[in-house]
Design a protein around this ligand. Structure first.
Ligand SMILES: NC(=O)c1ccc[n+]([C@@H]2O[C@H](COP(=O)([O-])OP(=O)(O)OC[C@H]3O[C@@H](n4cnc5c(N)ncnc54)[C@H](OP(=O)(O)O)[C@@H]3O)[C@@H](O)[C@H]2O)c1
Length: 226
């Protein structure tokens, strides 16, 4: 069975995707910051749970070392934060701004590069899928939410670049918008539930081939302009 490595697997979209891949029989390395309190994740059968704060780059390297020799078919960078809910022309805390960039933009690149040997070892070509946001699309417009928008635009650029560099290694690399989803981040007033988002995201990821590497997809399979 193929192997999935996923971040932020303990709640929200990450938990939903973990459940769906587990139901398909995948071998799963599910990471979260506090495994001891990840009750819903522990209830998912057959998942190896690993503690990982994604901005602890030494811990990312240690995890890659622990799984040295294990082929990883899919790296799912899901962990993310919104930061302050700043409006137009306000950034209330630039330390938080930096933290949002660390979690949303830098950590997914670190994971991709630390686990490159594992991805290259996957038979038939591996995939890197990173949960971004439509809020990172410059073409889609916006205003406000400076840190979050900038962080998702940065990871879109990073993953697009990686897609170009990894194509010759048969590794497909995309970013995805999960929809506006009813999670702790999206809030109760969001458009769709996690099941709808998770089903859509998984369908897009499962259908991904090298032909579509470097693209930015909505959870419904449509493409989002940069
Ligand atoms: N919900 C939406 O409407 C929406 C829309 C567009 C994009 N997204 C993106 O979708 C992804 C998942 O969001 P969600 O809605 O499921 O959010 P969520 O319910 O708030 O869950 C966020 C997850 O990320 C983890 N995380 C945060 N910072 C971390 C860190 N430094 N190290 C490791 N894990 C960390 C959290 O772990 P803890 O439990 O330890 O905090 C949690 O598992 C994010 O990348 C988000 O930006 C969401």
């Amino acid at each position: 069975m193929p192997t999935l490595l996923i971040t932020g697997a303990n709640r929200g979209i990450g938990l939903e995707l973990t459940k769906r891949y587990a139901a398909d029989g995948w071998t799963i390395i599910a990471t979260c910051r506090e495994p001891q309190s990840a009750k819903a994740l522990k209830d998912v059968r057959g998942v190896s749970i690993e503690a990982l704060e994604v901005t602890d780059y030494a811990a990312v390297d240690a995890l890659a070392q622990k799984y040295q020799g294990t082929a990883i078919d899919l790296l799912l960078n899901n962990a993310g934060i919104y930061g302050h809910r700043d409006g137009a022309l306000t950034v209330s805390d630039f330390n938080t701004y930096l933290q949002v960039l660390q979690v949303n933009s830098v950590a997914p690149m670190k994971l991709a590069l630390a686990f490159l040997p594992h991805l290259k070892a996957a038979k038939g070509g591996a995939k890197i899928a990173t949960i971004s946001s439509r809020m990172g699309s410059i073409a889609a417009g916006g205003g406000g939410a400076y840190a979050y928008r900038a962080s998702k635009a940065a990871i879109n650029a990073g993953m697009h670049n990686l897609a170009l560099d990894l194509k010759s290694s048969s590794i497909s690399c995309i970013t995805l918008h999960p929809g506006w989803v009813k999670t702790d981040m999206g809030g109760a007033g969001a458009d769709i539930d996690v099941a709808t988002s998770g089903a859509g995201l998984k369908k897009v990821i499962d259908g991904l081939t090298l032909k579509d590497t470097g693209k930015f997809f909505n959870y419904d399979g449509s493409e989002i302009p940069w």
